[in-house]
Design a binder for this molecule. Structure first.
Ligand code: 4AD
Ligand code: MG
Length: 483
């Protein structure tokens, strides 16, 4: 018999009592014993529920029972019977139990009690064994799957863009260097600079901040593409919405203008959130209750008006509000918190960048709906965005979500060679190094557009988690690269 002849708890529960005997494998959450019987709560990660195993000391040796502790991994064979208890429809009456991996219950960090999020982050190697984290990562899986399904159905092609690059797509200077040079004794040029010509790639390289530029090359051949890859940003922001390593979904479409881009982003977000609501129902119900508990602990004025599930439904059922940067700035300038000097960054002149406090005011207080902000001042946006007729703004869009702020950033791209070159000159971006990007504007250029969805911010929104570090298995943030 193959070792792995087991049934997953999820499948066993779905089949009801149809199965007469079964083999389960998983990790012990708790064991309750009296003289006559032991009840073991087993979880194998396939679903949120534990499965109850009933072990009779007449059948299961005392020595085995002693090793069945919280955290241990076991294999249990037995009969599926109607449960006498109220917690479950069926349970497994054990005929044989094998302890695959023992656990020192006293030293096991994940005790059957409430742990703080900070403590669980320090124990990220084991936190997926809790209900909360297992639920989050199952939801994360379903969201990732929905991304691929959505684009596949629409005829978009997945493109793998490079992780190591020589460019800084966003021009924010927040790249992580990639080098093989001897840091103690790097080679120098005649002028005393580090000689990257002697490095592995014979030039300066870094980890990518975005797959967009290469995505554009692909869109100008395959029409509609998307990337879904890791991106890296050395921004030193210790916030609940920033990671140094995060995943981004970047569709890029030839023959789309700014409005087509907004339509796609809205439809896409609604599709993947609906998918999660349908396919992660139990996990989201669990997370909904968890979020409600968290809300109770907050001050009344900080509580959100909707529960998690309500909020997700609301986003899938309502049109997003679309307003220009200029209109949004007027709203913010006249807003109560601005007049009462409650914003850390007061709104004054046209042209200032919006901070997350402003974004959240617009979404959570003013519109109470997801907001698509478009036509930003060109000075605060990237070089590749298409310049509008007014000479001041670019065809950018940011999508703002309640509790999150910016979840999507995108734009129509500057397809006109002369305007693109002028903008690169103004910003000091090397045209020599970007020759390949400019080539697409020389040979068969066309209007095109795209956007980037921060995957962890999406998972945060869908799971209701307050901190982005809790929706990626092993977060990378300033000072943290454990695991
Ligand atoms: O707005 P950003 O910087 O846009 C781009 O990178 C474009 N190249 C995208 C495109 O048009 N193809 O980033 C896109 C999204 C943000 O809206 C945010 O959701 C997420 O990526 N993001 C981060 N998520 C977690 N941690 C960080 N440090 C993030 N920086 C951006
Ligand atoms: Mg952005």
């Amino acid at each position: 018999m193959a070792f792995n002849k087991r049934i997953k708890i999820k499948d066993l529960i779905e089949q009801g009592a149809a199965q007469t005997s079964a083999t389960l494998m998983g990790w012990v959450r708790t064991k309750r014993s009296n003289k006559h019987v032991s009840f073991i709560a087993l979880n194998d990660g396939s679903c949120i529920q534990n499965y109850q195993i009933v072990a009779d000391p007449n059948t299961i040796p005392e020595e085995t029972l002693r090793k069945i502790n919280t955290g241990a991994c076991i294999r249990a064979l037995g009969k599926v019977v109607a449960s006498q208890g109220s917690g479950q429809a069926t349970e497994l009456l054990a005929e044989e139990i094998q302890v695959l991996g023992e656990s020192d219950a006293e030293k096991y960090p994940i005790q059957p009690k409430k742990h703080s999020m900070e403590f669980l982050r320090e124990n990220a190697h084991l936190r997926m064994r809790t209900n909360t984290f297992a639920a989050i990562f199952r939801v994360r899986h379903n969201l990732a799957f929905a991304v691929h399904e959505y684009f596949h159905k629409k005829g978009f092609f997945l493109i793998h863009t490079p992780i190591i690059t020589a460019s800084d797509a966003e021009g924010a200077g927040e790249t992580f260097r990639v080098t093989m040079l001897d840091l103690k004794n790097p080679p120098k040029t005649d002028s005393g600079q580090i000689d990257f010509g002697q490095d592995f790639f014979e030039r300066e390289t870094n980890l990518t901040v975005s797959g967009q530029l290469e995505g554009e090359l692909a869109a100008l051949a395959l029409s509609e593409i998307y990337t879904f890859g890791p991106t890296f940003r050395a921004e030193n922001s210790n916030t609940t919405r920033h990671l140094a390593e995060f995943w981004m979904i970047e569709p890029e479409m030839a023959f789309y203008d700014a409005e087509d881009n907004q339509n796609l982003a809205e439809e896409f977000l609604q599709y993947i959130i609906s998918f999660a609501l349908e396919h992660s129902k139990e996990d989201l119900e669990f997370l909904d209750k968890r979020a409600a508990e968290e809300e109770k602990a907050k001050k009344a004025e900080l509580r959100s008006e909707m529960g998690l599930l309500e909020r997700l439904q609301f986003v899938t059922e309502n049109k997003f509000v679309r307003v220009s940067y200029t209109e949004a700035l007027d709203i913010l300038r006249d807003s109560k918190p601005n007049k009462k000097k409650k914003f850390t960054f007061p709104i004054t002149d046209w042209g200032t960048d919006l901070q997350s406090e402003h974004e959240r005011y617009l979404v959570e207080k003013h519109f109470k709906k997801p907001v698509i902000l478009f036509d930003y001042p060109k000075a605060i946006k990237s070089f590749y965005m298409r310049q509008n007729e007014d000479g001041k703004t670019v065809a950018a869009m940011d999508i703002l979500f309640p509790g999150i702020g910016e979840i999507v950033g995108g734009s129509q791209r500057e397809e006109r060679l002369d305007l693109l070159v002028d903008r690169m000159k103004e910003l000091g971006i090397s045209r020599e190094e970007m020759w390949w990007y400019l080539d697409t504007r020389k040979f068969g250029t066309t209007p095109h557009a795209g956007f980037g969805l921060g995957f962890e911010r999406l998972v945060q929104f869908v799971t209701g988690m307050g901190n982005i570090r809790d929706v990626i298995p092993f977060p990378r943030t300033p000072g943290n690269a454990e695991f």
